[in-house]
Design a protein. Structure first.
Length: 206
């Protein structure tokens, strides 16, 4: 499932539910030498002060999602879009085309034995056709809830809404070529990544 030709880098789409540990896994792959293109990082870049996307967000959602310094108030926006499906779709229409273009641009410049393209919503993204393989970071949904409450100080109700707004665990696993279980300690996660790194290097060579 790729639109790449043989001369282009081998690309793995890394996805998983919210608070599943995608960033931690990506960092471990980076330590092993993989090139990382993270759409979460790109999403923050395209809404910086002065960027057209921030103006469109302000026009659509109002000043309540802009903080006193003129920057995006991520917490306010998150609460809004995870409680309103139409708002979430409007935000995606503003951001996703820009994120997709910048992801492809950065991937075209990246080097390394293979590329890890981090896409939280890969299940429904056009970037699914951009990658050669899908790696899902998986964990128990209760673990996700606890991490959200601890990491982001979300209420249990808000954490459940955030999970419900994303593709289900079953849908993500259905598109997976590889799965990393991230319910245990980081050493066990790293052991899985080391094996996948060797596998991806071999696949990239062939």
């Amino acid at each position: 499932m790729t639109d790449n030709d043989r001369n282009q880098p081998f690309r793995i789409g890394l996805t998983g539910g919210i608070a599943s540990g995608k960033s931690t896994v990506a960092d471990m792959f980076a330590e092993l030498g993989a090139a990382i293109v993270d759409t979460d990082v790109i999403a923050r870049e395209v809404v910086r002060t002065g960027e057209p996307a921030l103006g469109e967000i302000r026009e659509r959602f109002g000043d309540t999602v802009i903080d006193d310094t003129g920057n995006l108030d991520r917490s306010a926006l998150r609460k809004l879009v995870f409680s309103d499906a139409d708002a979430r779709l409007d935000l995606e229409r503003i951001l996703h085309p820009r994120i997709g273009l910048e992801t492809r641009r950065q991937a075209g410049l990246a080097s390394g034995p293979y590329q890890i393209i981090v896409v939280p919503l890969l299940v429904s993204s056009p970037l699914l056709d951009f990658v050669d393989r899908v790696l899902v970071v998986d964990c128990d949904e209760e673990t996700q809830i606890q991490r959200l409450m601890t990491r982001d100080a979300e209420t249990a109700a808000q954490a459940h809404r955030m999970l419900a707004a994303q593709a289900s665990r079953e849908v993500r696993l259905a598109i997976a070529d590889d799965v990393i279980s991230n319910d245990q300690d980081l050493e066990q996660t790293l052991q899985q990544i080391v094996l996948l790194d060797m596998k991806y290097r071999d696949l990239a060579r062939h």
